[in-house]
Design a protein around this ligand. Structure first.
Ligand code: AMP
Ligand code: GLY
Length: 427
């Protein structure tokens, strides 16, 4: 493979971790990122083009001789960025629109799992609020409501009471709290068990699993308070045992890849399996058509193989020949958020201590919501500001290092959970 110029689309913590893995590859001549952020700007040239501006991205790729574009964000993938690049004769790593629907429509993914016998929660899909409300009269509680479409990770309501569920149907289907995402609604059985994220590279017919991880979605310690985009992660998950792996390989992973191919929607890119380890075995909570955020911040720093080679193999359908290896170590990522997140928060706070925090080579300060202001200071520019990842020989040492580094970083109103990786002690 020749050296080439690569364009990464996006600008969050996940993209900083992807960028870090891409620049490590000897195949990367130069990395560009659109739009990027202040951290990515230290390792790539950021270009001010938005992720949904396909025409401008394609023009940039053509004008600058880009050999490979990489996209791992749900909105552009579901809107067809891969199809647009391919039609323009450009190489791109990501999922085509007709397969990205596995994340873009929960009604689709539930139907797929039912049709192909992939274990998941029992469910019904509704297209009218009246039908959904009638169903709720006798449904077992608690119960889970899911807006069909993309809703920034906020379209899932876990309802303890019938009244909450009825209010939820009204918000999603009548008030259109999540816009058109609420045109259809999935109502499903509430499952209990530990959650694990399993990400896989997929080339249309084969998959190669990455090391397991676990996210912490709630804002508060002990999983309390509002849902967020993710407040911290660790990898590997000690609960993802060899036995669980065997069951998932037998019942879920290849079956999903085969189902998509059989539906005429061959899946290429990263397939994210959100799993719940229930008493009846592992079940799929959700599929995503991309790397997880902040799962990527603990998974990719542990990847030993060349990410560019893996992505090329996914595009070419030759993944089976690739050796996708992970280090036998562990990683923990602690997210630093703006005070007030996930509700209203202030921006523009000067961030200090970044160099001090990242002095050790085992520490990565992945930027999520940051930018450089007119005076050259790195300032906050989003709810989740940074993800501080530490590598260690095991989870306990990685966690200690991640917290030690995270506490060196300061900005007005900084907030982090203090119990990321608590589950490690229960394993
Ligand atoms: P999702 O947006 O599909 O990832 O759902 C967000 C979170 O809601 C998941 O990570 C789970 O914690 C929870 N969840 C979703 N579906 C169910 C379910 N059927 N039973 C219990 N919890 C669920
Ligand atoms: N961390 C959850 C997600 O990326 O959807």
């Amino acid at each position: 493979m020749e050296k080439m110029k690569i364009l990464l689309v996006g600008g969050g913590g996940r993209e900083h971790a992807i960028a870090q893995a891409l620049v490590k590859s000897p195949h990367t001549e130069k990395l560009y990122c659109a739009p990027g952020n202040a951290g990515i700007a230290q390792i790539a040239e950021c270009v001010p083009i938005g992720v949904m501006e396909f025409d401008r991205l394609i023009a940039f790729a053509k004008d600058n001789g880009i050999g490979l574009t990489v996209c791992s964000q749900d909105d552009p993938l579901c809107a067809g960025i891969v199809d647009a690049f391919e039609e323009a004769g450009l190489r791109i790593f990501g999922t085509r629109k007709n397969a990205a629907i596995i994340e873009g429509s929960k009604a689709f993914s539930k139907e797929l799992m039912k049709k192909y016998g992939i274990p998941t929660a029992q469910y019904e899909t509704f297209h009218s609020a009246d039908d959904a409300l009638a169903y709720l009269e006798t449904a077992k509680l608690p119960i889970v409501l899911k807006a069909d479409g993309l809703a920034l990770g906020k379209g899932v309501l876990i309802c303890e009471t019938r009244q909450q569920a009825m209010d939820g149907v009204k918000q999603i289907m009548l008030d259109k709290k999540f816009g058109d995402a609420g045109n259809a609604l999935v109502i499903e059985e509430f499952m209990t068990g530990r959650e694990v994220s399993a990400l896989a590279f997929v080339d249309g017919s084969h998959y190669s699993l990455m090391s397991s991880s676990q996210d912490h979605k709630r804002i508060g310690d002990h999983d309390t308070g509002l849902n967020t985009g993710g407040m911290g992660t660790f990898s590997p998950s000690p609960f993802y045992t060899e036995e669980i792996d065997r069951l998932c390989r037998e019942r879920i992973y290849q079956k999903t890849v085969d189902a998509m191919a059989a539906e005429g929607r061959p899946f290429k890119g990263v397939l994210y399996f959100g799993l719940m380890l229930t008493q009846d075995g592992p079940k799929v909570v959700e599929y995503n058509t991309r790397f997880g955020d902040p799962e990527t911040q603990v998974v990719l720093p542990r990847l030993e193989s060349d990410l560019v080679e893996i992505m090329e193999a996914c595009i070419d359908g030759t993944l089976e020949k690739m050796d996708v290896r992970f280090s036998d170590n562990a990683a923990v990522c602690v997210v630093l958020a703006s005070g007030g997140y996930p509700l209203a928060y202030e921006k523009g706070k000067v961030i200090t201590g970044l160099d001090e925090a990242a002095k050790d080579k085992d520490i990565y300060c992945f930027h999520a919501g940051t930018k450089t202001d007119a005076d050259g200071n790195v300032v906050t520019a989003g709810g989740r500001v940074l993800g501080v990842t530490a590598l260690g020989k095991d989870l306990v040492s990685a966690r200690a290092k991640a917290y030690e580094a995270a506490r060196k970083i300061r900005f007005d109103g900084v907030y982090m959970r203090s119990d990321i990786g608590r589950a490690i002690d229960e394993a």
